[in-house]
Design a protein around this ligand. Structure first.
Ligand SMILES: Cc1cc2nc3c(=O)[nH]c(=O)nc-3n(C[C@H](O)[C@H](O)[C@H](O)COP(=O)(O)O)c2cc1C
Length: 186
């Protein structure tokens, strides 16, 4: 059966490098995989009252359904002040509740951080990994993905150099390997 992969960009910006990188990664999946870029920009800030009162916003429900339908999740994120952007943390929080009904539970994950700077979003990458541990998402350990100087990395027209494509393909291959390993165990 075709595996369904959610791809989440941590940036809401129209010209986001993260979203551009996410689209390049989507194009590297083999046959048997279907990818969908999931919008997190319309999710209201998480407020537990919505769930306690049994009246969650429409966007919470549709987002939770979209993730629940997927087999695995790719996160492509910039770094904001050495952590993940609030929009991404909010999406993780929304999907994690109501308690006991987290849509993330058991889904394999790939974390790709990036930055126009040299450090490649290392801080965001590891803050995200900390949360994914609690959410019980088995996450690709190697190769790690801290993509620095992302402007050059993407190249013109989002067509990375052959070497950079080989590297991105190695990320996708490690991820699909983990997805295959985990299949049927959730
Ligand atoms: C609020 C804010 C905080 C930022 N903090 C960092 C940071 O800690 N480390 C870093 O490498 N870049 C930082 N940047 C720069 C971002 O890496 C840069 O704006 C990047 O293009 C954002 O990702 P995007 O292109 O996917 O939107 C920050 C940008 C903003 C708006």
């Amino acid at each position: 059966m075709t595996k369904q992969i959610a791809i989440i960009s941590g940036s809401l910006r129209k010209a986001s490098y993260s979203t551009r990188l996410a689209k390049v990664l989507a194009g590297l999946f083999p046959s048997g995989y279907n990818t969908e870029l999931i919008n997190i920009g319309d999710l209201p800030l998480y407020n537990q009252d919505y769930d306690t009162e049994g009246n969650p916003p429409e966007f919470y429900t549709s987002f939770r359904e979209q993730i629940a339908d997927k087999d695995a999740v790719v996160f492509v994120t910039p770094e904001y002040n050495r952590s993940v952007p609030a929009a991404l943390k909010n999406a993780l929080d929304v999907g994690s509740r109501p308690f006991g009904h987290s849509v993330w539970n058991g889904k394999p994950a790939l974390v790709v951080s990036n930055s126009p700077g040299n450090l490649g979003g290392f801080g965001a990458n590891h803050h995200l990994r900390q949360t994914l541990t609690l959410l019980n998402m088995p996450t690709v350990q190697q190769p790690e993905a801290y993509i620095g100087n992302v402007v050059n990395f993407l190249g013109e027209n989002d067509d990375p150099s052959p070497d950079n494509k080989v590297y991105l393909q190695s990320l996708v291959n490690a991820f699909t390997g983990l997805v295959e390993q985990t299949a049927g165990k959730n």
